[in-house]
Design a protein around this ligand. Structure first.
Ligand code: FES
Length: 132
């Protein structure tokens, strides 16, 4: 089972408790200071409507190719940050933590979720899809 992401970053916890004014008083997380992560997926891996899950920093992203182009969707649940998984038979994403469900477009279906799974920037570089 995945654990909520907010627990891994004391700075985020501090900001939740103290508000944005605390930003200058708390040390930054290593992840916040690092260069933005990038993930690469060979375009050949996306043929046939396949959904490819890749790491983007500490998070997971699903990359797929639809009729309208490349799609990169965060798999970090918008409730408390667990990693959701695509359920092919049911055609939805399921969160293992509190039972949140998202439809095929990442929109909340049921459970404690109310915010869609975010889409991320993705582009083609050569024969790869590049996320981030
Ligand atoms: S973290 Fe996904 S439903 Fe709570």
């Amino acid at each position: 089972m995945s654990s909520p992401r907010s627990e891994s970053c004391p700075r985020r916890q501090a900001l939740k408790l103290l508000g944005v004014a605390a930003l200058s008083l708390t040390p930054g997380c290593r992840r916040d200071r690092a260069a933005a992560p990038v993930a690469r997926v060979p375009l050949a891996h996306l043929e046939g409507g396949r959904r490819v899950v890749v790491a983007l920093g500490d998070d997971r992203v699903e990359v797929s190719r639809t009729a309208s182009g490349l799609v990169a969707r965060s798999l970090v649940c918008t409730h408390q940050g667990c990693i959701v998984a695509w359920q092919e038979a049911e055609r939805h994403y399921k969160c293992p933590c509190q039972g949140g469900y998202f439809d095929a477009e990442g929109r909340p279906l049921m459970g404690p979720v109310s915010v869609p799974l975010p889409l991320l920037p993705v582009r083609i570089e050569g024969d790869e899809a590049v996320v981030g």
